[in-house]
Design a protein around this ligand. Structure first.
Ligand SMILES: [Zn+2]
Length: 282
């Protein structure tokens, strides 16, 4: 029925859904650095997985997607993927429509449809990882936007001069405090080697302030928080939950905070939820 892709910078996961409600055990492969090699590998693996069964659409969550051009951004996943026509390639290879979305939006959709926020109507998903991203999901659909969602680049401290974002160059944004890359730059080691509880407690305070901002702008019922910085050692979601009310006094009750539930399969669940919704429109 549907062939699902979760295309990351180092790993790709591919799975088949024969019923539109679940998928079979995914196949994992290293993401080839060369775009045309990747497409050949995806075709070979995809055909094996589909094994002659009817296929109606392909869906993929992918980093650095240029949604207007349905290809890859110049800054791309991998340099040799820059400006490549990913959607067209997937569609032509499998002779069906291909539906592509940004990876963070897809994982958020997966958590809303099948994971931690199942049953909630207004959901925000935040990922605190190498970078910081997020998305709002309304009634099981990724909310429309003019230019995407970038809560990682919301300003935490406008007068900050020394803490500058490694992605956008702005001083004092959320990503410049609590992303994995920012931690490496600030502390000179991998985040999982940072063991000082005071550092993680400060990061929890910054995240609580950021989630207060998310709450007043996006007014979610539930915020799902995931990503490698939320592991142990890492930011404690319990600490964030305790700190949030001090920043969010305007609402009588803060939104529910939940850890992500789907782990490595979040992208495939999201691709499934996405293709079911998109393809049903045809
Ligand atoms: Zn930034």
């Amino acid at each position: 029925m549907y062939l699902l892709f979760d295309i990351g910078g180092t790993k790709t996961r591919i799975a088949f859904s024969s019923d539109g409600t679940s998928f079979e055990a995914p196949v994992k492969l290293e993401t080839p650095v060369d775009f045309s090699v990747a497409m050949q590998a995806y075709k070979t693996e995809g055909d094996k997985i589909v094994n002659g069964r009817p296929i109606h659409a392909v869906a993929a969550g992918v980093k650095f997607l240029n949604k207007e051009r349905n290809g890859m951004l110049a800054q791309a996943l991998l340099p040799m993927w820059a400006n490549q026509p990913l959607k067209q390639s997937l569609s032509e290879m499998f002779q069906v429509p291909a539906y592509l979305e940004n990876d963070t939006a897809i994982v958020g959709l997966g958590e809303a449809a099948y994971g931690a926020a199942r049953g909630y109507g207004i959901v925000v998903y935040m990922t605190i990882s190498t970078g910081v991203g997020g998305v709002r999901i309304i009634d099981g659909a990724i909310e429309r936007s003019a230019q995407g969602f970038e809560p990682g680049h919301s300003i935490i401290q406008y007068a900050e001069r020394d803490i500058r974002c490694l992605s956008c160059g702005v001083a004092g944004d959320l990503e410049s405090y609590i992303s994995g890359r920012a931690f490496e730059r600030r502390f000179g080691k991998k985040p999982y080697d940072v063991t000082d509880p005071a550092i993680w407690d400060e990061a929890a305070t910054v995240l609580a302030a950021a989630l207060a901002n998310v709450s007043v702008f996006w007014s979610p019922e539930c915020i799902v928080v995931g990503g490698s910085m939320m592991k142990h050692p890492g930011i404690s979601l319990d600490a964030v939950r305790t700190k949030l009310p001090q920043f969010l006094r305007i609402f009588p009750q803060p939104p529910e905070l939940k850890p992500e539930a789907l782990g490595d399969d979040g992208g495939l669940y999201g691709a499934l939820a996405f293709v079911v919704k998109q393809h049903a429109r045809l």
